[in-house]
Design a protein around this ligand. Structure first.
Ligand SMILES: NC(=O)c1ccc[n+]([C@@H]2O[C@H](COP(=O)([O-])OP(=O)(O)OC[C@H]3O[C@@H](n4cnc5c(N)ncnc54)[C@H](O)[C@@H]3O)[C@@H](O)[C@H]2O)c1
Length: 336
């Protein structure tokens, strides 16, 4: 995953020598953010309870940069572990979450505890540590199933799952902590992030990871519903760039909510065929399953606000992202 050279140069000025914390840094997006922060010269403390990840990638970076990467194995709900990770960090990227919509429908209590109460704990710990800014991985699921497209931040929220409600609560907390305590905060509403190292193995796997593994193994693709639902599929380098820009922006951010997507959408059926073509599969076998509770029909981001406020512009297209992701799946499945 590469960021453009001009962005890297500007970001290096901010991150080189800076202490930052990444909650959920062993996860999919967190791991890519960690790569970028380490290559920009930051010192990074990661906290993760490994409930949805392994320590492998963080451990590799610790071997490479033992002085600059620190891992705290623990939950953001454990005050001692959290304080130890956040201590002396100027910037806190808060990505730790129970991230699955279906799992949130099955276990709303756990989702609320980690995503809402956990976010409150991160804000309080950042405030106590005198951090300058908290950047929150929010979710486009906050928009629900409203027919107005593209989704604009001024639309009222309509959380349709416990996951969406908990992420929306996180945004509200960031806004309140900025107004009430003067902590600089910003929430980035991610739209369907995909890329290398996203897990294809859980029953709740994100669509690109699930399709990628099945195509490479010559298996049928499962689509929930008719496949005409649309998504703004966003390659992970775009999310990482947005996080870095959100942290480095010189604007006095006070709980703003920004869409982070590409401004383009694709049907899940077209995505399946595009991925099949890229894998040399001409007639993929597709099995349709019932629509899942909490899933939304259409999603596409208006990214004007992120562009205006933090200078975000997507750096990778869907096609480039799919190419890199499938390449990674090929290599990692051969290795396994
Ligand atoms: N991937 C997407 O498409 C997407 C879209 C919208 C929002 N987001 C948000 O971005 C963030 C990162 O998502 P991801 O796709 O990398 O998911 P992920 O599950 O790979 O990463 C989340 C990490 O948080 C860790 N974690 C969970 N509970 C924890 C706890 N109590 N304490 C410490 N660590 C804990 C998990 O072990 C995991 O490593 C999440 O907040 C998610 O809600 C992701």
């Amino acid at each position: 995953m590469k960021l453009p050279a001009d962005a890297v140069n500007r970001l290096r000025t901010f991150y080189e020598g800076r202490s930052v914390c990444v909650t959920g840094g062993a996860g999919f997006i967190g791991g890519h953010l960690l790569d970028a922060l380490v290559s920009l010269g930051a010192s990074v403390a990661v906290i993760d309870d490994l409930s949805n990840s392994t320590v492998e990638h963080v451990a590799e970076l610790m071997d490479l940069e033992p002085e600059r990467v620190r891992f705290v194995h623990g939950s953001i709900l454990d005050p001692v572990a959290l304080s130890s990770a956040v201590a002396s960090s100027g910037t806190v990227f808060h990505l730790a979450a129970q991230g699955s919509v279906p799992r949130s429908v099955e276990d709303p209590d756990r989702t609320w505890a980690v995503n809402a109460t956990g976010t409150l704990r991160v804000l309080e710990t950042a405030r106590a540590a005198r951090a300058e800014r908290v950047i929150f991985a929010a979710s486009s699921s906050a928009y629900g199933d409203q027919p107005t497209l593209p989704k604009v931040e001024t639309q009222p929220a309509q959380p349709l799952s416990p996951y969406a409600a908990s992420k929306l609560a996180g945004e509200e907390l960031l806004f309140t902590w900025a107004q009430c305590y003067g902590l600089s905060t910003v929430s980035l509403r991610f739209f369907n992030i995909f890329g290398p190292r996203q897990s294809p193995d859980s029953a709740y796997a994100a669509v690109v990871a699930a399709f990628g593994k099945r195509l490479i193994n010559g298996e049928a693709l499962a689509i929930f519903g008719d496949g005409e639902q649309t998504r703004d599929m966003t390659f992970v380098s775009n999310a990482v760039l947005a996080l870095l820009l959100g942290g480095a922006s010189g604007k006095p951010l006070k709980g703003e909510v920004l869409n982070i997507g590409t401004g383009r959408r694709v049907t899940v059926l077209d995505l399946a065929h595009a991925m099949a073509r890229a894998c040399g599969v001409t007639n993929p076998v597709i099995k349709h399953a019932p629509v899942r509770a909490g899933d939304v029909k259409h999603s596409i981001a208006d990214i004007s606000r992120a562009r205006d406020l933090i200078g975000y512009n997507p750096v990778a297209t869907l096609e480039e992202g799919l190419g890199e992701t499938l390449e990674w799946f090929r290599k990692s499945l051969v290795k396994a």
